[in-house]
Ligand binder design. Structure first.
Ligand code: GLY
Length: 385
């Protein structure tokens, strides 16, 4: 990717310092986090009321974020204790390679083994990624032209959620690394179906589209974690932004880039995006400005905007990178970042998992840390000399 020279010298120095300091902080926090989890589970969140880390079984969709975060930290700090823990965590989650119970294999396996392979080139990690792509592809149905996100239930027939765009990265990568080409074909078809059915004219997206599994007909457009069927759930907007950027990266198809820019435009020009650029949990949440935030949405949008900057001309680059920088600075400030040795070892506070389900409201959650670390790495790799 091309290097940009956007930030001025003083600003570059300051960001370099901020990035270095945050990786050092993460290095020590994650040693504390490692001491707070059972050996067979992955950390998910921290409950400030009980002071306990919530750890989950490896089939929970977030199991790849802890090992992935450890690899991001190790890449910068070269601390062998962090690497040892990263390798241990990979071993714990490796049985997921044959899991077909949901669409989340990309999150679970690419964030973890994908980073591990990128950093170490260990061949067995590549084998695991290939097997994981095959498992994920079993959830694709030609009649719908999309991967089924969740299983049929009393609520849905064949639900496809916007989050599913993130899992396409695994499929693209495996085909691009010499694996079966059909994985990328599935990914492209899924992205096209989602492009057709998930978006509104203003660039925002529905959370869930439910399909007739036999005919592919759209049954309804709805939400699960958002404020309303018609609302713009913040993290969902982040997934759609990131998802179409990664599709553009792999295909260079301009319609994906156009969609990503439409989503970025929706987010960055939304009247209820706060000054610190960390969104409320839903852009249409009741009680704004008193609604809770979602730091995870801020972190993943920052990371995505930094990549979008790589595919944009000067003025747009500046807009995206400036916005991402504001998000990173906000997240790194005391308003969002944990104090040392607090929050069970998590880095960021104030994420919201699923407010309508009364679950994980305004607390530290693992994927916020992962995308924050990724954004720091991307800023350093692409925008600093
Ligand atoms: N993929 C589920 C979520 O973002 O909460």
């Amino acid at each position: 990717m091309s290097m940009l020279t956007l930030p001025c010298f003083a600003q570059e120095k300051e960001m370099a310092k901020l990035i270095e300091e945050n990786f050092q902080f993460a290095n020590s926090q994650y040693k504390l986090l490692a001491s707070n989890i059972p050996s067979d589970k992955m950390p998910q969140a921290y409950d400030p009321k009980t002071g306990k880390v919530d750890s989950r079984d490896i089939q929970w969709w977030c199991s790849g974020f802890y090992p992935g975060s450890l690899w991001y930290i190790y890449e910068q700090t070269k601390d062998e204790a962090i690497k040892k823990e990263a390798i241990r965590a990979l071993e714990v989650i490796s049985p997921n390679k044959t899991y077909t119970g949901n669409h989340d294999l990309g999150f679970m396996m690419f964030c973890s083994f994908g980073n591990a392979y990128r950093i170490t080139a260990e061949p067995s990690y590549k084998d695991i990624l290939f097997e994981s792509a095959a498992s994920l592809s079993t959830r694709y149905r030609p009649a719908v032209k999309a991967i089924q996100s969740w299983n049929k239930s009393k609520y849905w027939e064949y639900p496809v959620i916007i989050d599913n765009m993130m899992n396409l990265e695994l499929l693209n990568w495996v085909s691009e690394q010499g694996g079966d080409k059909k994985f990328k074909d599935i990914s492209i078809t899924h992205a096209n179906t989602t492009l057709k059915n998930h978006f509104r004219p203003d660039g925002s997206s529905y959370h869930v589209v439910d399909y007739n599994p036999e005919t592919g007909e759209v049954l309804r457009k709805a939400t699960w974690q958002g404020a309303a069927n018609s609302s713009a759930w913040a993290r969902g907007q982040g997934w759609s932004l990131y998802g179409y950027i990664l599709m553009y990266r792999s295909t260079k198809d301009k319609k994906y880039l156009r969609q990503a820019k439409a989503v970025a435009n929706f987010i960055l020009n939304h009247p209820d995006l706060p000054e610190d650029k960390i969104p409320f949990w839903d852009f249409d949440a009741p009680f704004i400005p008193y609604a809770v935030k979602d730091a995870s949405a801020g972190a993943l949008i920052a990371s995505a905007l930094l990549e979008l900057g790589q595919y944009s001309k000067k003025a747009k680059q500046k807009e995206y990178v400036d916005a991402a920088e504001t998000m990173i600075r906000s997240l790194a400030s005391d308003a969002y970042r944990s104090q040392p040795k607090e929050n069970g070892g998590f880095l960021l506070m104030h994420s919201t998992g699923a407010l309508p389900l009364n679950s994980e409201i305004d607390i530290p959650i693992i994927y916020a840390d992962y995308y924050f670390l990724e954004a720091l790495k991307r800023y350093k790799d692409w925008y600093l000399d």
